[in-house]
Ligand binder design. Structure first.
Ligand code: G4P
Length: 295
């Protein structure tokens, strides 16, 4: 998508974030990488792998309440095949959160044994939480620290301003120091991020975006699309996205004076309904198309 390619994501901030993440790595034992379960590939910042180097990692597929459960299963299998621990989460309801601490402990089992053998039993496990904006980092940290809201900012050796949270006895989380912007260099990735609402709509042409979304849905999830907007599959097969948008606007009675279709309103409706899963639990990055998980 041309317009997405031209977005400048404040490279200065990104450089600062990378530097901050790297400077904190020595203080932590593992990295928890939050991805959006609907786009586990596109929501992963591709610089992360080199950034966190060899730190043990745990993938958290968040918002799984809005993703296709069968696809989430395939993604979990793919990560596990690559020896990366992965769990599915729904931070809205709290589903899956109980698995987090045991999974981290499992990933760090050798290290923990090593600590124990050196008499450092009960040493605090420290995990950095990373992910692109809006993926659910605050929701995750809030949920995890619910029982133990202690927020620790001034730790010896830790720069002031870092956000540490105690989530259990001997277990701390560090919020990403800075903002890990997504990457839009691949236009397909940029478009998927825009579909799920990771790009502010104010800087996008929403009619164009929803037209592209409708074409994507027509090509990949036609029954969900037709069921929601009472469309006939044969009627939309050869249409451009914009024409499908007009059809939806007409059917919904979204008209402006003079009888013209209010495509702006129709676009907002389509995007909203896709983003809040009214159209169904749809995963738009498929595990079988993305064998390189970028982590
Ligand atoms: P961030 O820190 O990574 O930027 O993300 P944040 O936790 O602020 O979450 C971004 C939005 O995603 C929030 O919605 C949050 O409620 C929602 N969210 C987080 N985790 C999940 C999940 O597992 N499932 C679903 N369905 N939504 C989730 P919001 O509209 O910005 O705010 P609000 O609805 O909480 O008021």
């Amino acid at each position: 998508m041309e317009e997405l390619r031209s977005i400048q994501w404040f490279p200065g901030h990104m450089t600062r974030t990378k530097r901050k993440i790297q400077s904190q790595l020595k203080l932590i034992d593992a990295v928890a990488i939050l991805l959006d379960a609907r786009i586990p590939y596109s929501s992963c910042n591709p610089d992360l792998r080199s950034l966190i180097n060899n730190k043990p990692r745990i993938v958290l597929l968040n918002k799984c309440d809005m993703a296709d459960p069968a696809e989430t299963k395939k993604w979990l299998t793919l990560f596990r095949q690559k020896n990366i621990a992965a769990i599915a989460l729904d931070c809205k309801s709290g589903k899956g959160l109980n698995a987090f601490i045991p999974t981290v402990k499992n990933v760090l089992s050798e290290k923990i044994e090593n600590w124990n053998s050196k008499g450092m039993t009960g040493r605090t496990i420290k995990v950095m939480v990373v992910g692109i904006p809006n993926v659910g980092k605050s929701s995750f940290i809030n949920r995890m620290s619910k029982q133990n809201r202690a927020k620790v900012e001034d730790r010896p050796g830790v720069t002031r301003g870092n956000q540490w949270f105690t989530i259990g006895k001997g277990f701390d989380l560090l919020d990403t120091p800075g903002v890990l912007w997504p990457k839009f260099d691949d236009p397909v990735v940029g478009e998927k991020l825009a579909f799920i609402g990771s790009v502010k709509d104010e800087i996008l042409d929403t009619e164009h975006l929803s037209g592209r979304l409708l074409e994507y849905l027509r090509d990949n999830h036609i029954s969900a699309l037709c069921a929601r907007y009472k469309l006939n599959e044969n009627d939309i097969i050869d249409l451009q996205g914009y024409e499908i948008l007009e059809m939806i606007g007409r059917k919904r009675g979204m008209l402006i004076s003079g009888g013209e279709i209010n495509t702006e309103r129709a676009a907002a409706t389509v995007l909203d309904e896709f983003r809040n899963a009214t159209l169904g639990k749809l995963t738009i990055d498929r595990a079988e198309d993305n064998t390189d998980v970028r982590i």
